[in-house]
Design a protein around this ligand. Sequence first.
Ligand SMILES: [Zn+2]
Length: 75
Amino acid sequence: MFVPPPLKLTNKCERCGLLYPKKEAKCSHCSDLSDQEVIYLKHKFAKEQQGNANLGKLLLFIASIIALVMMTLIY
Ligand SMILES: [Zn+2]
């Protein structure tokens, strides 16, 4: 059974957009960063998200290649 992550235990930081534990008074990601560094962090995070999406597409591509090869072997 699928168990959703404990979203209620995390806060989304309005400054950097990352999640941090609610028990912490301020965001552990950006509380000691300057505004410039926060912008950099956000940029880097967005890039990583993009990278994950690309990896997903690559895995899908590989899966379809495997499916194609298997079909070729069957017929
Ligand atoms: Zn933050």
